[in-house]
Design a protein around this ligand. Structure first.
Ligand SMILES: Cc1cc2nc3c(=O)[nH]c(=O)nc-3n(C[C@H](O)[C@H](O)[C@H](O)COP(=O)(O)O)c2cc1C
Length: 229
């Protein structure tokens, strides 16, 4: 059966990027196990998605059947990015920790894919309004690199790592609840590429295991994202 891996890279660096190297390693493990599979690369680090603007918002909140040609054009990148997610069986996201949070390009990608009536819906009931995700669950592995290991789970500044909870929540908000984070410290990652946790992530790519036990605290940490609902 044809299968797809979507790789999203958010690092602004190319040659020295830890997350690009690790995402490539996971993609290679996946390709080895799925030789017929197709890898789709979405390089938001090199080609940042446009920031949403007033026309985009107006189009997103106009029912699809009532949109003008211009409004469809405003949403065309959003449609492309969402279609890439829908077509994927597995997703790898490589992202640095920038300024305690996600890179702006990754936030732009999130804003392009979070669309009312398309990737989530608002449900009104007697109890009030609630949200329902519209994307099908599928395994997502997020490789995070931080310059300072204190931002890793259990570290002194772990509570200031807003990237992991924010990204995990947003993916879950859309229905992508099977997210595993592999978090590395840049210097340690550059010293060695022989980590048990990375090997587990590679196994996950090969076998599409849905959940991985949380790893021990250290230079590499794995955890599954908390449910967003
Ligand atoms: C603009 C910028 C902001 C950064 N902010 C942080 C930060 O808040 N905390 C941290 O530990 N490292 C920070 N770093 C270091 C990166 O997280 C680290 O270099 C990481 O390895 C980058 O990912 P990459 O190797 O895939 O490019 C920052 C780096 C840059 C360029």
């Amino acid at each position: 059966m044809k299968t797809n891996l979507l790789v999203v890279n958010a690092s602004a660096r190319v040659t020295r990027s830890v997350t690009r190297q690790l995402a490539a390693r996971l993609a290679s493990a996946w390709q080895g196990a799925h030789p017929e599979g197709c890898i789709v690369s979405r390089d938001i680090g090199l080609e940042p998605p446009a920031a949403i603007d007033e026309a985009w918002i107006a189009a997103a909140y106009t029912p699809a059947e009532a949109r003008t040609a211009g409004q469809h054009a405003s949403l065309s990148l959003s449609e492309t990015l969402i279609a890439e997610i829908e077509a994927a069986d597995v997703i790898v996201i490589g992202t640095p920790l920038y300024n305690f949070g996600m890179p702006a390009v990754l936030k732009s990608w999130i804003e392009q894919i979070v669309r009312v009536g398309r990737t989530f819906e608002i449900v009104t009931s007697a109890e009030g309004e609630s949200y329902r995700p519209l994307l099908a669950p599928k395994p997502v592995v997020v490789v995070v690199s931080a310059g300072n290991g204190a931002f890793l789970p259990g570290g002194e500044h772990a509570g200031l790592n807003f990237l992991v909870p924010h990204l995990g929540h947003m993916l879950g908000f859309l229905g992508l609840t099977e997210t595993t984070f592999v978090q590395v410290e840049e210097a340690a990652a550059k010293q060695s590429d022989d980590w048990p946790e990375l090997a587990v992530a590679e196994d996950l790519m090969r076998s599409s295991i849905r959940h991985v036990s949380p790893g021990q605290r250290g230079r590499v940490a794995m955890e599954t994202a908390p449910s967003a609902h």
